[in-house]
Design a binder for this molecule. Structure first.
Ligand code: NAD
Ligand SMILES: O=C(O)C(=O)C[C@@H](O)[C@H](O)[C@H](O)COP(=O)(O)O
Ligand code: ZN
Length: 369
């Protein structure tokens, strides 16, 4: 088993990664549970595949599990579902020192984590991520949130889990489209500050997507180690370090907002296209070579992720996309710091980007052949 410590000051925890962990979830969670009853929040797809195995593992350690099964998909990260989860937990008299189990992808993790953050001003929670995206990114670091009509993740809290259990076998039941979307966040770590890992992705990405277990396990452990290092250095995104994890997200979140936070564009797909746009914008500003920007778009396209804007069929202009960015949480006194690149593995936070330039760039990209 790979065990990766997340050294958050005052709230350290472990990410355990091993094939078969879902079927042993009860055994791993038991030391964190104070009662012989556990509450589990999940979605209908995950429940369909994994409820039985996880329930059996809790039964084996004498813990009865009580399940709330939510609708699947991004629209579940909403005020409505937050209220539903909170009321359900209150009905079950969950106490501050109890640990709520989040079993699912980033949607379930972000929503449950936020409910745990605000319930009784803060309860414990355990992340059991079942998508590639959640295993390599969202289950680690304590960002929790819901979306609102104004935009992505606009209401949330930093609230760390007490334990993360990542089982690569969970990905065997995950649709390929969702594996691909999660892969975008894997590639992100290479682009941020790890050129050799981007090279590894170029060589092994197709194998990972085709279901190769060794490639998946390597990518999960490598990504979690990268994320753990970054969030331990800057838990609340105040030191300009954690913001690097937002590479591709300013573009990506604007595209998610424009497409309505649904199946038309998944979060990871928006991030993939967002990273291509960040690379191309960096090249246009003379920061990154056209050759490196080409490598980014070529790899994203080669694995079947969106790499160009016209394919989305948006029907809006660059100004409208740039307007979504005004809600970005990085906004600072009217300026939007942007994650740009000087090369592969050389991402930095640029504080002098003019949104009018971004809008003009997007106008060009929207009609690019
Ligand atoms: N908190 C963070 O740091 C962070 C980081 C990255 C992304 N996110 C958020 O994560 C969300 C996206 O997460 P996601 O891509 O995991 O989406 P998701 O949670 O919607 O899961 C994707 C789909 O896979 C299904 N599913 C999950 N596990 C499965 C399994 N093992 N087998 C079969 N089906 C399964 C789900 O039901 C859903 O239909 C976005 O809201 C994004 O903003 C948060
Ligand atoms: O953990 C982080 O920090 C990240 O930025 C990870 C991102 O992949 C994730 O999508 C995050 O939720 C985006 O952060 P936000 O603050 O822009 O909502
Ligand atoms: Zn993300």
């Amino acid at each position: 088993m790979a065990v990766i410590p997340v050294a958050i000051a005052g709230a350290p925890y472990e990410v355990r990664i091993e094939a078969g962990l879902l079927a042993q979830a009860g055994e791993h969670c038991r030391p964190f549970l104070r009662k012989d009853r556990a509450v589990v929040i999940t979605d209908e797809n995950v429940a369909g595949h994994w409820r039985e195995a996880v329930t059996a593992s809790f039964d084996r350690v004498g813990v009865a599990s009580d399940w709330l099964v939510l609708p699947a998909g991004e629209s579940t990260k909403s005020w409505e579902q937050l209220a539903r989860v909170s009321d359900w937990l209150l009905e079950r008299e969950v106490e501050r020192k109890d640990c709520i189990v989040a079993l699912g992808g980033g949607v379930i993790g972000d929503l449950t984590g936020f409910a745990a953050a605000i319930l009784k001003r803060g309860c414990g929670f355990i992340q059991i991520p079942t998508t590639l995206l959640a295993q390599v990114d969202s289950s680690v670091g304590g960002k929790t949130a819901i979306n609102t009509p104004a935009g992505k993740n606009l209401v949330g809290a930093f609230h760390q889990p007490v334990l993360v259990l990542a089982d690569p076998l969970a990905l065997d039941t995950l649709p390929l489209r969702d594996v691909r979307a999660g892969y975008a966040e894997v590639v992100k770590y290479g682009l941020i500050d790890d050129a050799p890992f981007f090279q590894w992705c170029e060589a092994n990405g197709a194998k990972l997507l085709a279901g190769n277990h060794a490639a998946r396990e390597y990518a999960i452990a490598h990504s979690v180690a990268a994320k753990a290092r970054i969030v331990a250095a800057d838990e609340k995104e105040t030191a300009g370090v954690r913001a690097l994890l937002n590479l591709g997200h300013t573009f990506g979140h604007a595209l998610e907002a424009e497409t309505g936070f649904g199946d038309r564009l998944l979060h990871g797909e928006g991030v993939a296209l967002g990273m291509v746009l960040a690379a191309r914008f960096s090249a246009r500003q003379g920061l990154m070579s056209g050759q490196d920007a080409g490598r980014v778009s070529a790899h994203i396209a080669s694995v079947g992720l969106p790499a160009s804007l016209p394919a989305l069929g948006l029907g809006c202009d660059g100004r409208r996309l740039a307007d979504h960015m005004l809600h970005d949480k990085k906004m600072d006194a009217g300026m939007l710091p942007f994650l740009l690149m000087r090369g592969i593995g050389e991402t930095f936070l640029a504080k002098n980007v003019d949104l009018a330039d971004v809008a003009a760039f997007l106008d060009e990209e929207l009609v690019r052949a």
